[in-house]
Design a protein around this ligand. Structure first.
Ligand code: FES
Ligand code: MG
Length: 568
């Protein structure tokens, strides 16, 4: 325990301990301080990460909590991923964050960890690291932003960014007004205030029991956020002293099923399915997409937040947050699952029910939607799966056959989508290739824009298909994560403009209506990310497909399975 944790086991161990003590003393710690168990705290603040702007303040509160409980807090830096500042895509760096965080936990002396983070890829990467290192951990989300307002309308990044940008593209909003809106879309520190990826992942870690009850939804700027940070520090100190429980205790078949149900009931981000799959896999639990569809058919959407509903995260918090969802659907969740907050999930549901807002968290008897927000599709175009956020899509487009209009890459799309000569109608299916994890790191390029000339005709949605991801804050009839991806030479790589594709959400099917012989005669259309670096090589060689969570093959314990799967 403490500062002599994990000393190297070669040479003279007593001398190694003495030497480490000398260096630790040089930071001004007393012997008494160095005698304590250590709570490691991740520093993920960065001038490139607006969402984590208040992380330093939270860290101070975590330290206070750890000290109050008799531990020594020690803060260490890990990579910071600010969604809007990364090229080619923050997703490309998630596994790097997981690798770095895991190694720093394993490499440095600490008895427990508080993971401070929140922007989209941070909680997934940190949790993956925590599950691999398996040192007792409390995940502390930084919390969501508050909303802004413009001409009486509430604004939240980045669902409303898309709405206003759409109006600007359609010519119904001036640039000057658009620029005014820009100042108010992301008006405080914290993560995006809609049910995007960050909020979904925070809700998922709370449901898994890895974050304190209530910690997913408290606004970033609230005093309660600092209090829960202090509490997280205290709890981590107790875990350090008691030697656990460690993260893998919490991530089991039943807690993962709880998390999948939470994802569905809140109508969360499509990206969360990839992240949760990767996290679960680190604990040896598999997420089965067929099972996910069964859960989706039994789990109503009861939370009404943007981008699929009306409210924002501050409303969800006032309505009781994650615990209110558990309260309203007691038969669907296993409330006996444990939480790092102590006891079970059930123990933390507010018996007084002081938080309630039925416009935001609906009762099970009056859901927003009787079935879950997401479904997976299979078929000849997606042999190992694809995903559709049906809650954010247009039901009139769910059963149809359309002519493919193909773009070979995100770049090709950007070049041609607004070409006035583009041969496209609202009934066509827009298809984009080479947006998958191997080809391009899987950017959020799957939200293909409606061609300008169709926008001008008043078209607001059409069927769009790709192997890329979409921002959790986006909406539309957008089929994503088609796997195997283009770069593996699968069916998606063989689609050509003019082919017919059949979508049936009812049957959960996505089929390419082209005969085998014709497909066999076509060359796959493969274009790989141009980036050259050691990590780019590692990424290309190691990254698995979306149904495997896009984790690195070597990171998962059952490597043999992973190999067999990607070869299939
Ligand atoms: Fe960080 Fe949206 S940009 S959560
Ligand atoms: Mg996002």
């Amino acid at each position: 325990m403490g500062i002599t944790n994990g000393l190297t086991d070669y040479g003279d161990p007593e001398f190694a301990a003495y030497l480490r003590g000398a260096f630790a003393s040089s930071m001004g710690y007393s012997e008494e301080a160095l005698d304590r168990p250590i709570v490691g705290i991740t520093w993920t603040a960065s001038d490139y990460n607006n969402c984590h702007r208040l992380a330093p303040e939270l860290i101070e509160a975590v330290k206070r909590g750890a000290l109050m409980e008799g531990a020594l807090p020690m803060v260490f830096p890990t990579i910071s991923l600010g969604e809007g500042f990364l090229n080619p895509t923050s997703m490309y760096f998630r596994n790097m964050l997981a690798m770095e965080t895991e190694e720093m936990i394993k490499g440095q002396p600490m008895d427990s960890v508080v993971m401070v983070g929140g922007c989209d890829k941070t909680i997934p990467g940190q949790t993956m690291a925590a599950l691999s290192a398996d040192v007792p951990t409390v995940v502390l989300p930084v919390g969501p932003m508050m909303t802004g307002s413009f001409e009486g309308e509430r604004l939240g990044a980045c669902t409303d960014c898309r709405r206003y940008w759409g109006q600007y593209r359609a010519g119904t909003m001036t640039r000057a007004r658009l620029d005014l809106v820009k100042q108010r879309l992301a008006s405080t520190a914290g993560t995006c205030p809609v049910m995007g990826t960050a909020s979904t992942m925070a809700s998922i870690v709370e449901t898994l029991g890895l974050a304190l009850p209530g910690s997913a939804t408290i606004p970033a700027v609230a005093a309660d956020r600092l209090r829960i940070a202090e509490e997280s520090g205290r709890r981590a100190a107790q875990l350090a002293r008691d030697g656990g429980p460690s993260p893998r205790t919490f991530v089991t078949e039943r807690s993962v099923e709880n998390a999948l149900r939470m994802l569905l009931a809140i109508s969360g981000s499509t990206n969360a399915l990839i992240h949760l799959t990767a996290m679960a896999r680190r604990a040896g639990v598999r997420v089965d997409l067929e099972r996910f569809n069964e859960l989706s058919d039994e789990t109503p959407v009861i939370v009404s937040l943007k981008p699929t509903g009306d409210g924002y995260m501050e409303d969800f918090h006032r309505a009781g947050g994650v615990r209110a969802v558990l309260r309203e659907l007691p038969d669907l969740f296993d409330l006996d699952a444990p939480t790092i907050g102590g006891g079970t999930l059930r123990d933390h549901i507010d018996p007084e029910d002081t938080y309630r807002d039925h416009a935001v968290v609906r009762p099970a008897s009056d859901p927003v939607n009787p079935v879950g927000g997401l479904v997976t599709l299979f078929g000849s175009l997606a042999p190992t799966g694809a995903i559709l956020k049906r809650a954010a899509a247009t039901p009139e487009l769910f059963e149809r056959t359309g002519r493919a209009v193909v773009f070979t890459s995100p770049e090709d799309l950007a070049e041609r989508i607004d070409d006035p000569d583009l041969d496209v109608t609202a009934d066509d299916f827009l298809v984009m290739q080479n947006g998958g994890p191997i080809a391009s790191g899987m950017p959020e390029a799957g939200y293909l824009p409606i061609p300008k000339k169709l926008l001008a005709q008043g078209v607001t949605d059409m069927v769009r298909l790709s192997d890329a991801r979409m921002s959790g804050t986006a909406y539309g009839t957008v089929v994503l994560h088609i796997s195997p991806e283009t770069a593996l030479g699968g069916p998606l790589s063989k689609v050509r403009t003019g082919d017919l594709i059949r979508l049936s959400v009812r049957e959960r099917r996505l089929d390419l209506l082209v005969d085998e012989e014709t497909l066999a005669s076509r060359e796959p259309e493969i274009r790989l990310l141009a980036r050259k670096s050691a990590f780019a090589k590692l990424h290309r060689a190691e990254v698995m497909q979306a149904p495997d969570g896009c984790d690195f093959r070597s990171a998962v314990e059952d490597e043999a399975d992973a190999d067999a799967e990607s070869a299939a």
